[in-house]
Design a protein around this ligand. Structure first.
Ligand code: MLT
Length: 233
């Protein structure tokens, strides 16, 4: 049976092999939720960057620039990191260069993976179906917060383990821990996460509606994949 493992923080990536498996990047609040929303609403491609300057430089090549640092929009960028910004019809067919505090860093740290896809609650069922196909082992990489484990990404990893439990075996205890946690939280994730660090941070920044939206399963039937350095569907 194929296996699933969960890397709870990008700082633990040295423990995992990626070249032979599908890697699912997850940053529920809010980077991967934005990526899924943007591509589902018709954005042509998203090019993820770890560094601000590299992202900004893409303006010269006709890209919109987008993202955040510490949850706040970056000066000089076109868009921030709220999924609602990416529902704008003017973005249809456009390309976006994107950088975030943790989400795009997790993508960079997964370089060399057999395949990289983007997961969020918004496309939970589509990602589950995609991972069930084929025989590749799976690694879920939680973007976390500056190396520290967070609850919301762990819950998403647990949801995947729970939904695939008939067809995939946990590689270690992290997937089991994530699954147990998800089963505790699944009926009211907003309440479960109310004391979590990034929810509190977003609330301090007056960002409330993104939280509820990013925790709503199955809004979009897309599976973004990283192909030649760009996320596309
Ligand atoms: C990140 O990449 O760390 C997040 O998406 C932060 C945020 O909520 O803006």
């Amino acid at each position: 049976m194929k296996t699933i493992d969960v890397c709870l923080s990008p700082d633990l990536m040295h423990l995992y092999r990626v070249d032979d498996r599908k890697v699912v990047i997850v940053d529920i609040l809010r980077a991967t939720s934005c990526m899924v929303t943007a591509l589902a609403h018709g954005v042509a491609a998203i090019k993820p960057f770890a560094k601000l300057d590299d992202c900004l430089a893409m303006k010269a090549e006709g890209y919109y620039t987008a993202g955040e640092r510490n949850g706040e929009k970056v000066d000089g960028f076109d868009f921030g990191n709220s999924p609602f910004e990416y529902m704008d019809p003017k973005l249809k067919g456009e390309r976006i260069a994107f950088t975030t505090t943790n989400g795009t860093q997790a993508i960079a740290r997964s370089e060399g993976a057999k395949e990289i896809i983007i997961g969020s609650f918004l496309n939970l069922s589509s990602v589950t179906h995609y991972l069930k196909e084929g025989s590749d082992n799976v690694l879920v990489v939680c973007a976390a917060w500056k190396g520290k484990v967070n609850l919301e990404d762990t819950l998403f990893a647990g949801a995947l383990v729970e939904l695939m439990k008939e067809s995939i075996e946990p590689d270690c205890d992290a997937p089991l821990a994530a699954q147990r946690l998800y089963n505790l939280a699944r009926y009211d994730m907003v309440d479960f996460l109310k004391d979590s660090s990034h929810v509190k941070r977003l609330n301090r920044l007056n960002i409330h509606k993104d939280i509820q939206f990013c925790l709503t399963p199955d809004q979009y039937d897309v599976v973004p994949r990283l192909i030649n350095g760009s996320l596309i569907i």
